[in-house]
Design a protein around this ligand. Structure first.
Ligand SMILES: *[C@@H]1O[C@H](CO)[C@@H](O)[C@H](O)[C@H]1NC(C)=O
Ligand SMILES: *[C@@H]1O[C@H](CO)[C@@H](O)[C@H](O)[C@H]1NC(C)=O
Ligand SMILES: *[C@@H]1O[C@H](CO)[C@@H](O)[C@H](O)[C@H]1NC(C)=O
Ligand SMILES: *[C@@H]1O[C@H](CO)[C@@H](O)[C@H](O)[C@H]1NC(C)=O
Ligand SMILES: *[C@@H]1O[C@H](CO)[C@@H](O)[C@H](O)[C@H]1NC(C)=O
Ligand SMILES: *[C@@H]1O[C@H](CO)[C@@H](O)[C@H](O)[C@H]1NC(C)=O
Ligand SMILES: *[C@@H]1O[C@H](CO)[C@@H](O)[C@H](O)[C@H]1NC(C)=O
Ligand SMILES: *[C@@H]1O[C@H](CO)[C@@H](O)[C@H](O)[C@H]1NC(C)=O
Ligand SMILES: *[C@@H]1O[C@H](CO)[C@@H](O)[C@H](O)[C@H]1NC(C)=O
Ligand SMILES: *[C@@H]1O[C@H](CO)[C@@H](O)[C@H](O)[C@H]1NC(C)=O
Length: 328
């Protein structure tokens, strides 16, 4: 809706017989910002993680593993069967009331490619060819050149939902699915999905439609002045932060408390990761100490531009309330 579509000239005739998505699927995004986002990709063919990484211009396979909660030892040549949805992590940019993937992925036009083929087949209908044309200033949709680089604008949002910071997930509706089912699977409500997606009562979902599904994130101790704030890791995913030095995962079953630990990775920018001890030095991020009925975990609290990692002790108490010691 935020786009002005380029007039499609007479060449539109060529396209008019092809099936098209009913409308633009952009998500509303009213607060100008960037944030992390997810979208489903459903490959028509058997594919691999490394192919998906290349197609979506993703830096590391492990960010795909984290978004899908796949075992970290999964190799890049791991096979994804045809038609199986994979969550793609990307950065969302919110401008002009619309959220779009931030100048990525970049697709290089191959021999015999057409814009419709790129939109509907290569990117499985996550965008329309008109949207690709609009953001890339393509004025003649039948005229793209081999080797030309095209930005594929995936839909996304950075907006709060009902006052809560969430991760927006572009869920591709499967045949036979329903709002109730999707709401239940992702911990939201039918009404929230209807409001967010402008769905009227009585209208039905279309298979292949991209639905904006807000995912609740784990509660973290990350400070608001941290480089990765707001640090939103949704249920059943993990994510690397602090220049790769820290791995954090969210599991709703763990009371929605973010669980972080040193990643063991080589940091992106220096030879060793900075210290990750809590005050006193006996606990490292992720370590836990028990003292009577108190359990203290050394929690990740963010990182700074000069590459310090912040920590904070987080205490959970199972002390009997009657001691009066446990209000903390
Ligand atoms: C990952 O997979 C390997 C081999 O399948 C297994 O040995 C290992 O325990 C798994 N790790 C986790 C954390 O599940
Ligand atoms: C993936 O690559 C590893 C080595 O890099 C190889 O041992 C394995 O056979 C490959 N698996 C597949 C399915 O190609
Ligand atoms: C945003 O909207 C303004 C006014 O409608 C327009 O001039 C501008 O080109 C748009 N920016 C983008 C990036 O679409
Ligand atoms: C899927 O496979 C078919 C037939 O093998 C091929 O024509 C098509 O280009 C493939 N599509 C993608 C997106 O790789
Ligand atoms: C498209 O044109 C607008 C205005 O002329 C320009 O700001 C923008 O950078 C162009 N986009 C691309 C991808 O060339
Ligand atoms: C969190 O993810 C798990 C694993 O997929 C799922 O079983 C559970 O329903 C999810 N919980 C919420 C509230 O989304
Ligand atoms: C949709 O229909 C249900 C059941 O008839 C009703 O309870 C609800 O208020 C309606 N919602 C809207 C937005 O009209
Ligand atoms: C989230 O964490 C903050 C600070 O650690 C705490 O004050 C707040 O009560 C927590 N919220 C929930 C819902 O657990
Ligand atoms: C890390 O990279 C940034 C820019 O990418 C650079 O400004 C900074 O000096 C680097 N830090 C170290 C310790 O190499
Ligand atoms: C548990 O923690 C509370 C507050 O943090 C403290 O007052 C109390 O003494 C602790 N109890 C034990 C047994 O360590």
């Amino acid at each position: 809706m935020g786009f002005h579509f380029i007039p499609l000239l007479l060449t539109l005739l060529l396209f008019s017989t092809l099936p098209t998505k009913s409308s633009s699927q952009t998500f509303k995004c009213s607060s100008p910002s960037t944030c992390r986002s997810l979208i489903d990709y459903i490959s028509p063919n058997t594919t691999t993680l490394s192919h998906i990484k290349t197609l979506f211009s993703i830096k590391n396979v492990r960010s795909i593993l984290g978004a899908n909660n796949l075992n970290l030892s999964t190799l890049p040549n791991f096979t994804i069967p045809a038609k199986q949805p994979i969550k793609i992590p990307f950065t969302c940019l919110c401008i002009n009331n619309t959220g779009l993937s931030n100048k990525q992925p970049i697709y290089t036009v191959q021999k015999d490619d057409g814009l419709y083929h790129i939109a509907a087949e290569v990117f499985s209908g996550l965008v329309t060819y008109q949207e690709i044309a609009a953001v890339n200033n393509v004025t003649d949709v039948n005229l793209i050149k081999v080797g030309q680089k095209l930005w594929i604008p995936l839909p996304c949002s950075c907006d709060d939902v009902d006052g809560v910071e969430v991760v927006h997930y572009g869920h591709v509706v499967e045949a036979g699915s329903s709002l109730e089912f999707i709401a239940q699977e992702y911990g939201t409500s039918r009404n929230t999905l209807m409001k967010l997606n402008g769905i009227a009562n009585g209208s039905s979902l279309l298979a292949g439609q991209v639905l904006d599904v807000p995912l609740q994130a784990c509660n973290s101790s990350v400070r608001s002045d941290s480089m990765d704030s707001p640090f939103l890791v949704p249920n059943n995913t993990y994510f690397f932060t602090a220049k790769n030095c820290v791995k954090c995962k969210c599991d709703a079953a763990n009371n929605w408390i973010l669980q972080c630990e040193p990643s063991g990775n080589k940091p992106s920018n220096r030879s060793t990761c900075p210290a990750m001890q809590c005050e006193g030095g006996s606990l490292t991020i992720g370590n836990t100490a028990t003292s009577g009925c108190n359990t203290t975990t050394c929690a990740y609290a963010g990182f700074s531009g000069d590459q310090n990692i912040f920590t904070t002790p987080a205490t959970q108490s199972t002390c009997p309330v009657t001691t009066g010691n446990c209000s903390q």
